[in-house]
Write a protein that binds this ligand. Structure first.
Ligand SMILES: [Zn+2]
Length: 302
């Protein structure tokens, strides 16, 4: 019985991903928190896939979708290798602005619930890993240690000459960008010469730095991807938080975990076609739904 249900769930997920019109009607996933908590209490390895919804609840702009503009552009216009080679100054202004914005943003209740859960469970010999597409480091700032950043980080740079990746939290990242990056559509481009943009500090290099984020059209870091796949193969509970389960990365990972028979719980504002392939769905702001789901269970003795 269980096997046939799981197979059917996997099939639904597959059909939804491939051809929506072939969708099979399924029972709705459960929103029974007590039932989720029973599974949570027994889980040894929990994988938590997070996306932009978690950051949005901290007021982090994504520059995507309706109204999501920096000057007259959206992220997909500037977060590309071709935009950077055409105008490194403009792209650096955009990222400088995004870095500076983060100084005023704080982890929210969802980030904190995840981080506290990791700290607590690690003392019990259990593991929690965050697999995120967010580049704002709010999970780390909340205290999460085991974080895989699929799309890199706003606060790391990579040298275009020697390839060195370095943590960089300077504000501003270089003197020429001070006061630049205003998002107003009428703001003038700073047109900073490449010599005055962030440069590599490795001895004898001085190459132009770029943000160490994965841009549109680029492939993911294979080491990070391999680590994420290993965690997803090992997990016995998977949470999908603040991301649509039809788009990457949850669209790629979570249905694969569900097909293996592992419970997947989605914490999202709304349903997605993949929702029906999951065991649980908790609708609403994840800052409200996640803390009671991850708080200490009565069976936890440490
Ligand atoms: Zn270098």
């Amino acid at each position: 019985m269980i096997v046939s249900r799981l197979t059917c769930r996997a099939l639904t997920s597959h059909l939804c991903a491939g051809r929506g019109r072939l969708r099979v009607e399924m029972t709705r996933p459960s929103s029974d928190l007590a039932e989720f908590r029973k599974i949570f209490a027994k889980a040894q390895h929990i994988a938590i896939i997070t996306g932009s919804g978690v950051s949005a609840e901290s007021g982090v702009p994504t520059f995507r979708g309706e109204g999501g503009y920096w000057r007259k552009w959206q992220a997909q216009d500037l977060a590309t290798p071709s935009a950077f080679s055409r105008s490194p100054s403009l792209v650096w202004e955009f990222y400088h602005y995004r870095r500076e914005v983060m100084l005023s943003k704080k982890p929210n209740a969802a980030h904190i619930a995840i981080a506290e859960c990791e700290t607590r469970l690690s003392k019990q010999g259990r593991s929690v890993v965050v697999i995120t597409q967010n580049i704002d480091e709010l999970h780390r700032r909340a205290g999460s240690k085991n974080v895989l950043e699929l799309h890199g980080s706003l606060f790391k740079t990579r040298c275009t000459m020697c390839g060195n990746v370095a943590v960089n939290t300077k504000s501003p990242i270089c003197p020429a960008l001070e006061g630049k990056g205003a998002p107003d559509p009428k703001a003038e481009d700073a047109r900073i010469s490449v010599e005055n943009l962030p440069r590599c500090e490795q001895s004898g290099c001085n190459g132009l730095l770029r943000p160490n984020v994965v841009w549109f059209g680029e492939t993911l870091d294979s080491d990070v991807l391999t680590a994420a796949e290993k965690e997803l193969d090992m997990c016995d509970l998977c949470l999908v938080v603040g991301t649509s389960s039809i788009v990457y990365p949850a669209g790629m990972f979570a249905p694969q975990v569900a097909a293996r028979g592992v419970p997947v719980a989605e914490f999202n504002m709304e349903d997605t076609p993949a929702t029906m392939s999951f065991r649980f769905h908790f609708a609403g702001q994840c800052g409200s739904t996640l803390p009671p789901a991850l708080e200490r269970h009565e069976t936890e003795t440490i």
